[in-house]
Design a protein around this ligand. Structure first.
Ligand code: ADP
Ligand code: MG
Length: 457
């Protein structure tokens, strides 16, 4: 972790060298310690609003550039006045002005990325409702809709939107305790607490939160203990009108293996979905990203952006990646930004886009497991379990067969997905199905149907 006090004193020394003495004295000599560090913002206290405005208008950019020479992650300065700071302290008693706190950053670590703001999110028909709902929630946390449940496919801006809510709330009330947590991380944290039977740290972390943002809740599937714990936290926050925002890859009613008293609560507030952006929307997103990446917004012409947007139509993350690649390719080799060069730059991505459909990530796993278990009326947990009942064994073997057929995963890897089974078990299962489908027409039919459902081309 960076020592921001030290960094600030280095920056001050540099300012002192580079600025005229009067200017330095007037603006910076009276700013001593860091007030706090929250959400990648480093708070400085200006003696009055005159100095604050001066710094903001003339020096903030320069300060931020200097700051980022010393930090690993991107940070920005935020200037507040002494009065604002005092007001805050009266509310919180957490800090005394000018008392350097050792683990400032940890104390206020919110998990938020401060570039995920409403301003940076491009609105179109696919996300308008989600966007306006999130705005209202951010405006009236705990009041407008609680929880806010956002769902949609991967790479469409769920995480971005949920973090907008947190950033916006913090922006307006720097004292609010906002926590962003990925469900994976929540499960891990709880697991660790359970292992050591020390729940104190864990519950403390969640006790005093004002806004809880939980990302990718579908991963709670099958984690019964963690679900119970989450249920308790949820109830408590909700009871105290603390805002909760949840994202997921599917509707609450379609979540598998999560206790219904939890999923039904997800529907108590407001559910909104995010869909794929259309071509115009994608072009606007590219323009926005381009603005963020370069000083010159005309660097890349509209027909190039249109080309990129027409090829990458699935997922905003990919779209963004494609743009960055074009920027890199043409800048690094000093090529002109033309459609031909863009095509060249993206050739390998376009080719691997087909392969990318075959890329197995956790979502694909879950997908296959969901489809197969659903087909046989069992749960994904039963599918993965070591239960030897025939009812489970056969679907399990088929699921393994599908992983091999569609993704050509190694036997070892498939074994790992299925609760760390030995690779010989996997080989046996797959052979079993290969034999079955040669002799049994119904089974063959089933397997073929499932393969298509699971995305075989
Ligand atoms: P998800 O959580 O749904 O998988 P993310 O929120 O991680 O998606 O979004 C992936 C990337 O795409 C992020 O860099 C995000 O900023 C960007 N993005 C998604 N939707 C938009 C949008 N409407 N406008 C601008 N950027 C977007
Ligand atoms: Mg996400």
């Amino acid at each position: 972790m960076e020592d921001f006090e030290k960094i600030w004193s280095k920056i001050k020394s540099r300012l002192q060298i580079n600025l005229e003495t009067d200017i330095y004295n007037e603006h910076f000599s009276n700013i001593s310690n860091i007030f706090k560090v929250v959400n990648n913002y480093v708070y400085l206290i200006a003696p009055n609003s005159f100095v604050k405005n001066k710094i903001e208008s003339f020096y903030l950019n320069r300060l931020n550039v200097l700051l980022n020479e010393y930090t690993k992650e991107k940070h920005m300065f935020k200037i507040i006045t002494k009065d604002q700071a005092a007001e805050e302290l009266a509310k919180s008693e957490t800090y005394a002005i000018n008392t350097p706190e050792k683990d400032l950053e940890d104390k206020y670590k919110t998990g938020l990325n401060n570039s995920y703001t409403f301003e940076n999110l491009v609105v179109g028909t696919s996300n308008r409702l989600a966007y306006t709902s999130a705005m209202k929630v951010a405006d009236q946390p705990g009041v407008f809709a609680n929880p806010l449940y956002i769902f949609g496919d991967v790479g469409l801006g769920k995480t971005h939107l949920m973090q907008c809510v947190g950033n916006y709330i913090l922006e307006n009330e720097i004292n609010k305790k906002v926590l962003y947590v990925k469900t994976d991380q929540f499960i891990e944290d709880y697991g660790r607490a359970a292992q050591h039977k020390s729940y104190d740290g864990f519950s403390k972390k969640y006790d005093k939160i004002d806004v809880l943002l939980v990302d990718d809740i579908q991963f709670l599937s099958g984690k019964n203990q963690t679900q119970l714990e989450f249920f308790k936290i949820f109830e408590k926050l909700k009871e105290n009108n603390k805002q909760i925002v949840i994202t997921s890859d599917r509707q609450a009613s379609e979540l598998y293996d999560i206790m219904s008293r939890l999923t039904s609560r997800f529907e108590w507030g407001l559910t909104v979905d995010i869909n794929k952006p259309n071509l115009e929307h994608r072009i606007l997103i590219l323009k926005k990203k381009l603005q963020a990446e370069t000083q010159d917004p005309d660097l890349i012409s509209d027909d190039i952006l249109e080309y990129i947007a027409s090829v990458f139509d699935n997922n905003v993350r990919e779209l963004e990646g494609a743009l960055k690649r074009v920027l890199f390719y043409c800048t690094a080799f000093d090529y002109k930004f033309t459609v031909a060069n863009t095509e060249e730059a993206l050739k390998s991505l376009v080719n691997s886009k087909h392969a990318a459909n075959h890329k197995v990530d956790r979502n694909n796993y879950t997908n296959i497991l969901d489809i197969v278990s659903n087909y046989y009326n069992i749960t994904p947990t039963e599918l993965l379990s070591k239960n030897r009942k025939k009812k489970f064994v056969f679907p399990r073997q088929i699921a393994m067969y599908i992983f091999k057929d569609i993704y050509d995963l190694t036997y070892k890897k498939i074994g790992q997905i299925f609760n760390d089974r030995d690779h010989s078990t996997v080989i046996y299962s797959i052979e079993q199905i290969s034999n079955d489908i040669q002799t049994d027409k119904d089974k063959k039919n089933d397997v073929e149907k499932l393969l298509i459902k699971c995305g075989k081309k």
